[in-house]
Structures are given as C-alpha cells and as structure tokens.
Design a protein around this ligand. Structure first.
Ligand SMILES: Cc1cc2nc3c(=O)[nH]c(=O)nc-3n(C[C@H](O)[C@H](O)[C@H](O)COP(=O)(O)OP(=O)(O)OC[C@H]3O[C@@H](n4cnc5c(N)ncnc54)[C@H](O)[C@@H]3O)c2cc1C
Ligand code: FES
Length: 333
C-alpha cells in the first residue's frame, strides 16, 4: 500500500520488490532469489560527442532536470560506467527546451580518454548535478574573463551571463597553439574585446596569460572584475597580477581532485587566507569559484599532484589519440 507519487514503489524498483518479498517470506522455508538485477540504462543519453579541437571534445547529454536548474559556475560529476572514475566537468551550456546540457572536456588522462569513445545514442551510468555555487551575475562595469585549456568552455556561460546584464565583456583566450582554440565564434558574439594569446605566436599575442593581461593594461582599460579558469598555474599567475595591479576583484574556478562532490570525502580540501587567518574550504560545496587573492596556492599544487604517478602510469599504458592521428598523418605537428 506504500505509494510514491501515485505509484507503488515496488513497481519502480526491482531490487526493493525482492526485498519486500524477502521480508514477507522471512518466516517461510523458501527464500526468494535476491540476485541484484542491473537496471537498464535509460537516462543521460549522449546526443553528440565531437572533437572540436585536438584533444578537446564537446559532449551534449540529455539531462532535463539538470538543464532546468543549471546556473553559470555550476558543474556535474559524471560516470561513464558503473566502475568508472567520477569526473567533475563544468556545465558550459544548457537548453531547457531540449533538456540537454553541454560539456567541454579535455582528454587529460585515463578517465577523460574513456569519454572520447562515447557515441550518439550511448548512455552514461550517472550524471550528478548541478553542483557548486552559482556565481553572482550583475552589472559590475568592465569584466575580464580569461580561459585556458578546458577553461575556454568553462568560462563561456559566465561571460554570456555577464554580457546579458550589461557588462562590458573583455575575453582572453589562451592556448599553446591556434589549433587548440574552440568556441571562438560564440565568444566573438558576446565580447566587446577579445584577445587571443598562444605560446608559439600562431594566433594573437605570443606568450601566456601575463602577456595578455599586460596588453590589456597597456590599453588603459580599467577592470572592475576578473575571472580566470584554466590550469592552476595560469590561475595563480593571473591572480598575483590582478592583486599587484590595484587589487582587482578576482575569481578562479578550482579544479581540485574531487570524489563525492558533496563535502564528505575531503578530497577537494583547500585553504583560504582571510585577514591573516587560514580557513579550510571544500571546492565542491564552498566553490568551485573562489577569490583568487585568498588561495593558499602552494598547498593546492601539492594536493593536486598527490596522485600524479598512478595517473600518468595508467594513462601511458593506453595510446594517445593525438599521437595516433599524428602518426597516421591526419594532423600536422
Ligand atoms: C569543478 C571542476 C570542474 C571541471 N571542469 C572541467 C571541464 O569543464 N572540462 C575539463 O576538461 N575538465 C574539467 N575539470 C577537470 C577534470 O575533472 C579532470 O581533468 C579529470 O577529472 C581528469 O581525469 P583523468 O583521469 O582523465 O585524468 P588524470 O590522469 O586523473 O588527471 C589529470 C589531471 O587532472 C587532475 N585530476 C585527476 N583526477 C581528478 C578528479 N577526480 N577531479 C578533478 N581533477 C582531477 C589531476 O590533478 C591531474 O593533474 C574540472 C574539475 C573540477 C574540480
Ligand atoms: S569532493 Fe569530496 S569533499 Fe569535495
């Protein structure tokens, strides 16, 4: 007689049905077979998964409930299979009508490499979200949004939202080479000024984030806020720069190692320094976006590197798709 939103729960969950029968027959001689039946995967369908730049993929997933609640700054944690690692990825776009979310991921190691094989029509084992705190969206004046690596995709929803409320939006896109840029057209549409920066000078300025920041400062542009998403070195260097350049309010989205994403495991722990005092935070529930001027960067680096050896070793036992393509002559050096 127990009902869950109009349906007997025993109709919904096969394992629970077994359990109810088991309880009923507890006193009888014969016990039902309690073998767990795997539920057929019917949620989180892959709509598309395309390599949009070398080793960067755009993954669109059917996840209507997440699409309905997503806000700039949020992320999800997904698992490809039941035995897969949990991977945190930023929600870069969402469509409430189609019920889809868009993620951009970089093949960084073994688990993200596993995602590259996903095809249209496949299903993911789980997608949890939206996680993380929403970012404050209002008219601050002139805002800078800088992305490097996967950060180009992650910074996009924040840039779009800040533009929609009237900010003057300046964007820096940073990469090692011009072939690693993506979402350029989308950024061109929402930016008042866009600065490209490559390590090899193949597009825009030659250099890294500091070169681009110096370029913007040299134009006499005053920034009211700055957001940086990319590798930890990029976010640290940029935060140091904005601190020295008049303490411009600066926010970074931390890519700490995460497991549960609910504040229980402690894996994503970091330290903020506020008024000289050290304060413990968890990136999954207190962030992932933090004041870049308060982060204890050295500790963050060492915590992020603690599994580097096994990460590299498991990745190296599998072949890299970019190298395979290069060897096959499909891409240039
Ligand atoms: C809130 C958040 C949002 C993120 N958004 C994106 C995104 O939009 N696109 C994207 O490409 N990447 C994103 N990342 C990083 C992404 O989760 C990692 O690159 C991925 O988990 C690496 O797994 P791997 O097995 O492929 O690589 P690994 O070989 O495990 O590691 C490669 C690097 O990733 C880091 N890493 C390893 N495991 C984890 C983990 N479980 N959680 C976080 N970092 C880890 C390590 O520091 C290592 O340097 C995000 C991370 C966080 C915390
Ligand atoms: S991921 Fe476990 S506490 Fe944040």
């Amino acid at each position: 007689s127990f009902k869950y939103r109009g349906e007997p729960i025993s109709n919904q969950v096969e394992d629970l049905k077994n359990l109810i029968e088991y309880r009923k027959s507890k006193t009888s001689e014969e016990k039902p077979n309690l073998e767990i039946k795997r539920l057929k995967k019917t949620r989180f369908k892959v709509i598309s998964n395309n390599e949009i730049a070398i080793n960067f993929f755009q993954l669109v997933i059917e996840a209507p409930l997440i699409a309905r609640k997503a806000k700039p700054g949020n992320f999800i944690i997904l698992m490809k299979e039941e035995i897969s690692e949990r991977i945190p990825l930023t929600i870069s776009d969402w469509n409430t009508v189609k019920g889809t979310i868009t993620l951009y991921f970089q093949e960084a190691g073994y688990s993200t490499m596993e995602l590259t094989d996903l095809n249209t029509g496949d299903y993911l084992y789980s997608v949890v979200g939206p996680l993380g705190n929403d970012i404050e969206i209002k008219n601050f004046g002139t805002v800078l949004l800088a992305g490097g690596c996967y950060g180009n995709g992650a910074i996009y929803p924040i840039a779009k939202a800040l533009k929609s409320v009237g900010n003057k939006v300046i964007v820096i896109l940073e990469a090692r080479n011009e072939n690693l840029f993506y979402l350029e057209e989308e950024f061109e549409e929402i930016s008042d000024l866009i600065v490209y920066c490559t390590s090899d000078g193949s597009k825009g300025l030659k250099g890294k984030i500091l070169t681009a920041l110096e370029h913007i400062t040299s134009q006499g542009i005053n920034l009211d806020r700055a957001y940086f998403i990319g590798c930890t070195y990029m976010m640290r260097d940029a935060s140091d720069y904005t601190k020295e350049s008049g303490n411009i309010p600066t926010f970074v989205s931390l890519n700490t190692i995460m497991i549960d994403g609910t504040g229980m495991c402690g894996c994503c722990r970091l330290t903020l320094i506020q008024d000289g005092k050290e304060i413990t935070k968890f990136a999954c529930i207190d962030g992932p976006i933090f004041n870049g001027h308060q982060i204890k960067w050295d500790e963050l680096f060492s915590r992020n590197e603690r599994f580097e050896e096994p990460e590299i070793s498991i990745y190296q036992t599998h072949s890299c798709k970019a190298i395979e393509k290069f060897n096959a002559g499909d891409i240039d050096e």
